[in-house]
Design a binder for this molecule. Structure first.
Ligand SMILES: [Fe+2]
Length: 315
């Protein structure tokens, strides 16, 4: 990714195809996690109408001056989830086509930044995923108050919604809310941010796996393929402790009458890992929202994330 700005302990980053000036801000801190997610509205007047709707739903929403470069009027709001600390709606966002320095411009007129000659080569931000104790409530709130569409969902044995994938664009999700298994990931925290990569499984994703291994950065899931979203994926944990998903391929939704796709315990783990061999089993144990059996996955060299012991590479 490209470092666009550096201010104090904040680092502003963008992928080469991100049309925004930046899509990720890293702050130095004592622990991993996500402080803020911001969404752009399509019309400036929407900011005030969403302020009303958020307040009517019982949550605070106030206009603040953004501390981020190139961001205009900002509606900061709270919502039912415990993470992130707050969210924001914005309208004015600096565009990469206007801000990328000459030496990083692409000769392709429809791409703001040239492909990096080193590194993984993410094209654009794709989605964020939160592990929340009230995942279903948050998903409903996003539909009712912010006009997101439910695209896919995962149900538990009693028909309760345990996970939801939502979007406002043809992407299957820009945000997911997931109830993690009891012995799984940290609750009420972000699970991961995902960046999109061209080429599918055998393309740049595979090259990125090699780059991660060369740097001794642990791949904690995949490369494998999701049933939900149908994307090729791989997860790794950065040295700062945050998890990143490499996300490639997948399907898009253009049908205005799209009905949410529902996954149930009868589907087993197909929703999370459609295929993916041993690495898929590892990921399934860590993240699957549907506990399917009582297998002790530690016998298969799989452990919940962040408690996984140092181990030798598989034979
Ligand atoms: Fe994801």
């Amino acid at each position: 990714m490209y470092l666009r700005h550096e201010e104090g302990d904040s680092y502003y980053l963008a992928a080469y195809g991100d049309w925004q000036d930046f899509t990720l801000v890293l702050h130095e801190g004592d622990e991993w996690g996500c402080k803020n997610v911001a969404w752009k509205v399509s019309d400036e007047d929407d900011l005030e109408s969403y302020q009303e709707r958020i307040e009517e739903s019982g949550y605070d929403a106030e206009f603040v001056d953004s501390e981020k470069p190139g961001i205009g009027n900002t509606l900061r709001f709270d919502y039912p989830g415990a993470s992130p600390e707050y969210m924001e709606l914005v309208y004015d966002v600096a565009r990469a086509f206007d801000t990328v320095p000459e030496e990083n411009r692409s000769r392709l007129k429809n791409q703001p930044t040239r492909k990096p000659e080193q590194g993984a080569g993410y094209r654009r931000i794709d989605h964020v995923n939160f592990n929340l104790s009230n995942a279903s409530e948050c998903a409903q709130w996003f539909q009712d108050v912010l006009d997101f569409n439910l695209r896919e969902e995962g149900l538990g044995p009693d028909g309760e919604q345990l996970a939801a994938w939502l979007s406002v664009s043809p992407l299957v999700h820009e945000i997911a809310f997931v109830t993690p298994p009891e012995d799984g990931n940290a609750l009420d925290k972000i699970d991961h941010v995902a960046y999109y990569m061209d080429g599918g499984q055998a393309g740049e994703l595979e090259r990125t796996a090699d780059l991660l291994k060369e740097r001794n950065i642990e791949i904690v899931g995949g490369p494998a393929r999701h049933g939900i979203s149908q994307a090729h994926f791989m997860y790794y944990v950065t040295p700062g402790g945050n998890k990143v998903e490499v996300f490639s391929g997948g399907y898009l939704i253009f049908d205005p009458e799209w009905e949410p796709i529902t996954w149930t315990p009868e589907d087993g783990s197909d929703g999370f890992v459609w295929w993916g061999g041993k690495a898929g089993s590892h990921a399934r144990r860590q993240y699957d929202f549907v506990p399917t059996d009582e297998t002790d996955w530690s016998e298969h060299d799989a452990y919940p994330i962040r408690t996984r012991p140092e181990q030798e590479p598989p034979e």
